[in-house]
Write a protein that binds this ligand. Structure first.
Ligand SMILES: C[S@@+](CC[C@H](N)C(=O)[O-])C[C@H]1O[C@@H](n2cnc3c(N)ncnc32)[C@H](O)[C@@H]1O
Length: 194
């Protein structure tokens, strides 16, 4: 395909991602049950030294739980203004302002370089659209945990079935950002396979 064609494809793709990222309806709001959120944070071995980002933070429960029970700093990013306000108010009510921050906006435009743990309860397609952003910003060793929907193209280090307080099954996927040379080697190996 001529270079102009590739450029047109790339700009169309960027436009689609931009439109999707601006749509609060892209991923519906559906809170992770508390029991599942707790097991997700245990599964990611969250410690007080971590900085956790919950991308699409809903009512803020994951970030708040991480701060309250695991002692880490947490950032929630939420596009929906009502949910963002509610989660910010809840953090204030609980006296967690210094430890938990909620940002209103799109996770596609959020700087996640400070994160050591990222939690996602999004759709597979959204995880797929986010993976390049995450891969380009996350430091080596950072963990990404997803609920129910994997990140397409990434190999999960571990996968586990957990139950909610109502005995509903959920699957958790744990990924770890590799050091850059390993990622480059894997990419090169994949390219050689093609
Ligand atoms: C399935 S809910 C998960 C909520 C929370 N993380 C939890 O586990 O309880 C997904 C959330 O992502 C939010 N969302 C969707 N697209 C978004 C975007 N581009 N940027 C930030 N938040 C987004 C939705 O408004 C919704 O609250």
């Amino acid at each position: 395909m001529p270079i102009a064609g590739w450029r047109r494809c790339a700009s169309l793709l960027a436009r689609c991602r931009e439109l999707f990222s601006r749509s609060p309806k892209g991923v519906p709001y559906c809170p992770t049950p508390f029991a599942v959120a707790r097991q997700m944070l245990e599964f990611a071995s969250v410690t007080p030294g971590d900085v956790l980002y919950d991308l699409g933070s809903g009512d803020g429960r994951v970030a708040i739980l991480a701060a309250q029970e695991f002692g880490c700093r947490a950032v929630g990013v939420e596009i929906n203004g009502k949910l963002w306000r509610e989660s910010s108010e809840q953090a204030r009510r609980l006296g967690l302002e210094g430890q938990v921050e909620f940002r209103q906006g799109s996770f596609f435009e959020t700087d996640v370089r400070a994160a050591t743990v990222v939690t996602l309860y999004l759709l597979t397609a959204t995880n797929g659209a986010l993976q390049f952003h995450l891969a380009s910003q996350l430091r080596a060793g950072a963990r990404v945990v997803t609920v129910d929907y994997p990140v397409p193209g990434w190999r999960a280090e571990q996968q586990v079935e957990v139950k909610s307080e109502n005995n509903v099954s959920y699957t958790l996927f744990l990924y770890r950002r590799q050091a850059a040379p390993a990622v480059e080697a894997a990419t090169a190996a994949r390219l050689r396979e093609v």
